[in-house]
Design a protein around this ligand. Structure first.
Ligand code: UT7
Length: 326
């Protein structure tokens, strides 16, 4: 049996930052509200880079750091809810940009759980022996989707991309996972970019531009995350006979510092075990976990043999946790 092990990580973040004070010039909000309710101090936003540009930047960093020949890449999975186009996929654009001519490439849509879902899919391809390696990227330009007049959502999101190259290994690797969805609650968080299905018969049914934006029931998502994620992490630890002491870090989706503190409290784990960088990036959806992972490697916080749990939650609704040995 094979494991899939992380060989290299990377990220690509737009240079333009938007502080809370700058947002207070656009909508009725203030630094104190945003920081105290979410932990966010600033976010990065695209000044023209699209999702595939950021994903390509991430891929190039990974190739360089891992000394990887693009022609050796066998699978590219990009998790995104903000693709450049419906077709071609972001992953196919990345494939072209980096010259990964021997890869199968496709996108997945699992919102803020996207990176965990992408890792789950890639891990299966490697474990079955179908592929020897995979490039898994989470990339978002959410600033295209945000309603900049809605203070309840526009302060939360940011743009960015991160990813990991995983390859077949005799040693672990991805050890176990708990990935799930609950479509019944899906409309708590929507991005209605698609027009109604009968638009051909009634062009008036096309929604107004204002409607084609992110809408969220923040409380519902908050409750969902603080209920589901502790259970998911606990299940993963119990099923694998692991205690909190065996875990070096939990790398949660960076949606809200308060959500992470709630999760830590419910699990009776010190909040210091949870890696947090939401202060700088805001919520970058599928990109938040791999951006954090890459930052952790750059800060030398992770060594071979360390066990971590990555845990994502969000639109769909979707959630998932994965136990990984570095
Ligand atoms: O990635 C997964 C997707 N998203 C999430 O995980 C987000 C999950 N939810 C949350 O993080 C929180 O629910 C929010 C940060 C979105 C909101 O925090 P909250 O403590 O649930 O605030 P609230 O929605 O109850 O709003 C409290 C008040 C309201 O005013 P009233 O009705 O009490 O007078 C809002 O209108 O705060 C107001 N408010 C704001 N005030 C200043 C909402 N947004 C803002 C704002 N600035 N940006």
């Amino acid at each position: 049996m094979y494991f899939s092990k992380i060989k290299a990580t990377g990220s690509c973040i737009p240079l333009r930052t938007v502080t809370n004070d700058e947002l207070a010039n656009i909508v009725e909000t203030d630094d104190e509200w945003i920081k105290s309710r979410t932990g966010i101090c600033q976010r990065h936003v695209s000044i023209g880079e699209d999702t595939s540009d950021l994903a390509t930047g991430t891929a190039k960093m990974i190739l360089e750091k891992g000394n990887i020949n693009p022609e050796d890449i066998e699978l590219i999975v990009v998790a995104t809810i903000s693709p450049d186009y419906n077709v071609p996929s972001v992953s196919c654009i990345v494939q072209k940009n980096i010259g990964a001519v021997n890869a199968m490439a496709f996108d997945i849509s699992a919102a803020c759980s996207g990176f965990v879902f992408g890792m789950s899919i890639a891990d299966k391809f490697i474990k079955t022996g179908a592929f020897k390696n995979a490039l898994v990227i989470g990339s978002e330009v959410l600033s295209k989707h945000v309603n900049w007049a809605d203070r309840s959502t526009c302060v939360l999101f940011g743009d960015g991309s991160g990813g990991a190259f995983i390859e077949r290994s005799e040693k672990p690797g991805v050890i176990a996972e708990d990935v799930m969805s609950d479509g019944a609650k899906g409309f708590a968080l929507t991005d209605a970019r698609c027009t109604p299905s009968n638009v051909f018969n009634d062009v008036k049914k096309v929604e107004s531009v204002e409607d084609i934006k992110i809408r969220m029931d923040g409380k519902e998502i908050f409750d969902f995350a603080t209920r589901r994620i502790p259970k998911s992490i606990k299940k993963l630890m119990e099923e694998n006979n692991i205690t909190a002491d065996d875990i070096k870090y939990i790398v949660p989706h960076q949606a809200n510092e308060r959500i992470v503190k709630f999760i830590a409290k419910k699990l009776k784990m010190p909040v210091e075990k949870f890696y947090l960088n939401i202060y700088e990036y805001g919520n970058t959806s599928s990109a938040s976990i791999p951006i954090a992972l890459n930052e952790m490697f750059e800060k030398n916080l992770l060594e071979e043999g360390d066990k971590i749990i990555i845990s994502g939650f969000g639109g769909g609704l979707t959630w998932g946790s994965m136990l990984i040995e570095i």
